[in-house]
Design a protein around this ligand. Structure first.
Ligand code: CTP
Ligand code: CA
Length: 233
């Protein structure tokens, strides 16, 4: 029964998924982060698993449950996430066929995080935080000369000019597909159970209806399976 359940179009394929927020420490008790429940990433990992894929799931400290049946690698910061992704793509690791970057990576970290708790000051003055830009994990992977997965998919959460920003982002980062969504507060998507995405590839922009995150994940997993097993591959 197990063998029958795991046989699917992605049987024998390996897919990497990043998910969740990253936490960038300010000091041992404080951090900065992006808003991300990790729900879409977990749903995607489960959908890929259900099609038979072996899933490597690199996740920041997300609220969402971890996908069962996946290899789960827990990280905290963007730099930790890049290190875990690099390790999964190392020449001596089993080859990854597709990589999907669903994580909401913090763009900046605190330039010099303090090793001890920053205390309030008696005079009421406030600390100034200096930031450093984090590595762009998706861009690093998409532009690798060697060991680049055959399909690299990014997400783009935007609040305005969604398609224009996401189209430019796809080209800038060098990924094959971008899954764009409008996360402006009026949509109620951030933190909710539904998503409304547009899949952008070199073939153009394809708008999907508003669906549950589970259903969005199933559609995306099916598209990945079609691409990896299709005649153009
Ligand atoms: N991403 C990443 N590493 C980063 C930042 C983003 O891997 N340091 C990935 C995300 O997982 C997502 C895609 O890149 O798949 C787009 O993320 P987004 O934040 O929309 O793009 P940015 O290039 O950071 O642009 P922006 O200024 O709009 O935040
Ligand atoms: Ca960003």
């Amino acid at each position: 029964i197990d063998a029958a359940l795991s046989a699917g179009p992605l049987t024998g394929r390996r897919v990497l998924v990043t998910s969740g927020p990253t936490h960038e420490p300010i000091d041992p008790v404080r951090y900065i982060a992006n808003r991300s429940s990790g729900a879409q990433g977990t749903a995607l990992a489960e959908a890929l698993r259900d099609l038979g894929a072996e899933v490597v799931f690199v996740t920041g400290p997300a609220d969402a449950p971890r996908p069962t049946g996946a290899r789960v690698i827990e990280v905290q910061s963007a730099r930790d996430m890049l290190e875990a992704v690099d390790a999964a793509l190392a020449p001596d690791a089993p080859a990854i066929d597709a990589a999907v970057f669903a994580a909401a990576v913090a763009d900046w970290r605190v330039a010099s995080a303090s090793n001890s708790k920053i205390k309030k000051r008696p005079d009421g003055t406030t600390p100034a935080l200096e930031f450093a830009e984090n590595p762009d994990i998706l861009r690093t992977v998409a532009r690798r000369a060697e060991g680049r997965p055959g399909l690299v998919v990014g997400f783009a959460a935007e609040t305005d000019d969604v398609i224009a920003h996401a189209t430019a982002k796809r080209l800038r980062k060098g990924c094959d597909w971008i899954v764009a969504n409008d996360v402006s507060p009026a949509t109620g998507i951030m933190g909710g159970t539904e998503n409304a995405v547009t899949l952008i590839s070199d073939a153009g922009a394809e708008e999907w209806p508003r669906l549950t995150k589970t259903e969005t994940a199933r559609r995306l997993a099916a598209r990945i399976a079609a691409h990896l097993t299709g005649p153009d591959h």
